[in-house]
Design a protein around this ligand. Sequence first.
Ligand SMILES: Cc1cc2nc3c(=O)[nH]c(=O)nc-3n(C[C@H](O)[C@H](O)[C@H](O)COP(=O)(O)OP(=O)(O)OC[C@H]3O[C@@H](n4cnc5c(N)ncnc54)[C@H](O)[C@@H]3O)c2cc1C
Length: 649
Amino acid sequence: MKKTGVFICHCGINIAGTVDVKKVAQGAARQRGVAHAEDYVYMCSEPGQNLIIKAIKEKNLDHVVVACCSPTLHETTFRNASQRAGLNPFRCEIANIREQCSWVHRDMDKATAKAAKITKSTVERVRKNEKLEPISVPVTRRALVVGGGISGIQSALDLANSGYEVVLVERSPSIGGHMIQLSETFPTLDCSQCILTPKMVEVSKHPKIKLMTYSEVQDISGYVGNFKVKILRKPTYVDPAKCTLCDECTKVCPIVVPNEFDLGLTGRRAIYIPFPQAIPASYTLDDKNCPSMFPVACGKCYHVCKPRAIDYDKKPCVEEIEVGTIIVATGFDLYDKAKMAEYGYGKYPDVLDGLQFERLCSASGPTQGKILRPSDHKEPKEVVFIQCSGSRDPENHCAYCSKICCMYTAKHAMLYQHHVHDGQAYIFYIDIRSGGKNYEEFVQRAVEEDGVVYLRGKVSKVFQEGDKLKVWGVDTLTGKKIEIDADMVVLAMAMRPSQGAQELAKKLKLSLDKDGFLAEAHPKLRPVESVTAGMFLAGAAQAPKDIPEAVAQASGAAAKAITILSQERLYHAPTVAVVNANLCTGCAMCVQVCPYEAISLDAKGKAVVNEVLCEGCGTCSATCLRAAIQVKNSTPLQVHEMIKACLGG
Ligand SMILES: Cc1cc2nc3c(=O)[nH]c(=O)nc-3n(C[C@H](O)[C@H](O)[C@H](O)COP(=O)(O)OP(=O)(O)OC[C@H]3O[C@@H](n4cnc5c(N)ncnc54)[C@H](O)[C@@H]3O)c2cc1C
């Protein structure tokens, strides 16, 4: 008879506090086919692993069961230890007696009985485990980065500077993201554009980076190491190779629409360059607003363009690229201001959001850095900043903290005081969150050196009276009602996942968290990995973040991507589904339920499994009415044996 070894971990008191581990080991020792059973305080420790290796060698064990924590934590540890002792690693299984037993029970007798059953049933299962070899596939040594904000730029540069080819896809006409819209950045107040534009230029000139602006991911197939991605390239209708940037086209364009870069504080023409430092420095003809795209043609820009760079007949095209790994850095948008009616956004022109205020402060902004009211271009003498506009408000808006607003509001108030010496900035806040290097000092500076007045409390209403904006609030520290006649109100709006993040996540099979941000594989141990193998997350797409954090995560994602790109071949767990063609009727129910799109029907109408895509979840096996598909080492027979063991058979 084949010999099984059983190893029970105490996990300190995590398991031993609720489960009588000695009793479980004694019970296991009496089980049919168990040649060795012992318990140890930490099986995952080196001495613990050595116990397993020693027993495998000395007792010629054929199978191993480690009763411990979840397999997501230490399955690899114990399979590797078994392999070091000469055992096929897929003949080692985990019995989860921590997450599925000790942590969820209080009664020691009941928990011990349950742990014994879990262990016993796993022994029955492992006895039927086959020897398996990992599946190996070659790697396409190229990366795709989606989103050209600071995070995407950083990831792309790190990958390219490590010698790997990168395709950087940005949906707008230029890279730069939100950072390029900022004036100065906390906590150092250095000019955002001055520190970002060198990186943007580096991206455009890097021989390893292929930049695709005005483009979006349309479709994806494949798997880690070998993704095929279709990129939709929208036409700009202007050939950058012919365009001399003479700007004659914008001078004759009769259309003016709100300028997205200045958040509607200025207008732009239908043919435009998004901002002076745009990369690529090239015109885009906005086909939604250009009259030449409609039956009544205008054609003014075409006629004035001497080098004939404009072509209205250009069509969108789809380019397919092959990559080994993908980094998603699609960033954030601000919360929908239309939902903040109580603060008068959209109703009163002098109620702005934080990004609009950034543009007012910026030397390249609509007022060349002078802080002026949009309504009458007068300098505002009293400005109220309202933090947590939409954040930390589970009843009405977003439950979470947007994390960066305390800092950028302190910056805004500080910049305002620097620009308007006789002005007064007020900040309404719930509490100040300034965790970060030199952040607390920055906030203190706003109060002590720049005279910003912080008022702890919420604003109930903002309304216009004459040319003033009445701000009604409360100071919860003094308990007094506050009324301020402000000239301008700036809302620190909550950060939301960028528009379209949900659709992109669906295409890439990424998970979203409860707030719609991209979900990481593990909040502590795998913060830059997504749940889909080979796809990584960077920047504000994953959660609200400031620039240093976004850059750090982007470099982390690039480093993780390199762990794939640096390999010639990748290895995939062989515990995948396998089809018995004789039993398969081709009903395709397994095709429909497979969450990894790993199953298809072949020419004979039989189900076939793409082993590299299969994650061995077993959904197909549970669905198949003919039991024609089963997962290696989790077969129906093994499940039957486990149930029988639990029932005392
Ligand atoms: C008012 C305000 C002031 C701030 N001030 C500071 C400061 O002083 N200091 C600081 O450290 N941080 C500051 N921040 C935070 C900073 O803006 C962010 O940390 C930074 O922009 C995050 O970069 P990102 O690349 O992750 O996202 P983003 O800047 O949002 O860039 C994402 C990019 O992805 C593109 N994209 C989105 N979806 C797709 C898609 N489907 N396909 C292709 N491309 C796509 C977008 O067009 C965009 O270019 C401020 C934020 C705000 C709102």
